[in-house]
Design a binder for this molecule. Structure first.
Ligand code: UDP
Length: 329
């Protein structure tokens, strides 16, 4: 198929582009490079453009005879969404609206959306199944929920076939070693812990050790970025006109912040000093997926089952790219 990948220069998008190419698809990346990296996109695939530019998207879809869209382009930081909600309503909600409107003109009717566990808010019952009510507690989660609802309505009214894949904590890197996580500033746990191992930071701050969890630190379900990519490819094969697939992408296993730090110590061989800091506002104590529906609907089983296997690939990337994509070859 000919696939347009919005946000294909970003972390999850770039890994997905690689898997799409490996599976024989033709790929066009549509990205404004505001947070992505041109170096993460194979040469010749990038169209630099804005989601707000509906005409540009429509002409790209037509000229390249696109069959389906994978939509990664979005902002995805909870804290930032609280401080700067306009970015989230503008880019995530309006941006997605322009995209699906642009798709209507040439009749492109297949879309895979990156959605998020943040659409659930702070459910009390673990693990989180798709039947758990979606009650987001921050603008990021709400912006993605709005997009999911738009897609529902477009499916019903215009025959769109879509999948909304609700990621838990994306982590890891391509084992090839040339694609990985590179955010500026970095706020995610595993990259920050590995930056401590590299000597780029003095210590890791543990945001709260008084949560109602066995060791007092927050529990998350870390899922490898290549497993996420595999789920997107599986979803692409199963898109049905007028219908939406919605499923969680997680391993079903939870690891606490302390367990993640320990895994990083073990993999890197570095001591990695840690210090307890106050809780980070908006962090639920535990987020773990009930991942059965993805197995059932997509035939998807994560290949990276343990935190160690995920950290190993992240460490290979960070060690060889201490400055991310800016690292000189
Ligand atoms: N975390 C931490 N110190 C850090 C960064 C993150 O203790 O420097 C914790 C954070 O509070 C959360 C977990 O690590 O419980 C995962 O956070 P991350 O930002 O990676 O992903 P999120 O769960 O927010 O999507």
């Amino acid at each position: 198929m000919r696939i347009l990948v919005t946000g294909g220069a970003g972390y999850v998008g770039s890994h997905c582009v690689r898997e799409l190419l490996a599976a024989g698809h033709e790929v066009t990346v549509y990205d404004n490079l505001s947070r992505g990296h041109a170096a993460a996109v194979p040469s010749g695939l990038l169209v630099e453009g804005e989601l707000s530019d509906e005409r540009r998207i429509a002409s790209t879809l037509t000229e390249r005879r696109i069959d389906a869209v994978m939509h990664f382009a979005a902002f995805a930081l909870v804290g930032e969404s609280v401080a700067e909600p306009h970015l989230y309503y503008g880019n995530n909600v309006l941006g997605s609206f322009h995209l699906i409107e642009a798709m209507r003109t040439p009749g492109v009717s297949k879309l895979v959306l990156s959605s998020t566990t943040a659409t659930y808010g702070t459910p009390e019952k673990m693990p989180i199944a798709e039947t758990t009510p979606q009650q987001p507690i921050n603008p990021y989660g709400f912006s993605k929920l709005v997009v999911e609802r738009m897609l529902d309505d477009y499916a019903h009214a215009y025959g769109l076939g879509f999948a909304a894949l609700r990621y838990f904590n994306a982590a890891g890197a391509s084992p090839v070693g040339d694609l990985g996580e590179d955010h500026d500033p970095e706020s995610h746990l595993i990259p920050i812990v590995l930056q401590v191992a590299l000597g780029q930071r003095a210590k890791i701050m543990i945001f709260g050790d008084d949560y109602p969890t066995p060791d007092g630190t927050c529990i998350r379900d870390y899922v490898h970025v290549l497993d996420l990519a595999a789920a997107h490819l599986a979803a692409l094969d199963r898109l049905t006109p007028g219908r939406g697939i919605k499923c969680n992408l997680g391993t079903g296993r939870g690891y606490s912040v302390k367990q993640v730090i320990d895994a990083c110590r073990q993999i890197t061989g570095h001591a990695i000093p840690a210090e307890t800091a106050p809780r980070r506002p908006g962090d639920p104590p535990e987020l773990v997926a009930d991942a059965r529906l993805a197995r059932e609907l997509l035939g998807w089983t994560p290949q990276y089952e343990t935190i160690e296997s995920i950290v190993e690939t992240a460490w290979a990337w960070h060690r060889s790219h201490p400055q991310g994509y800016a690292t000189k070859a």
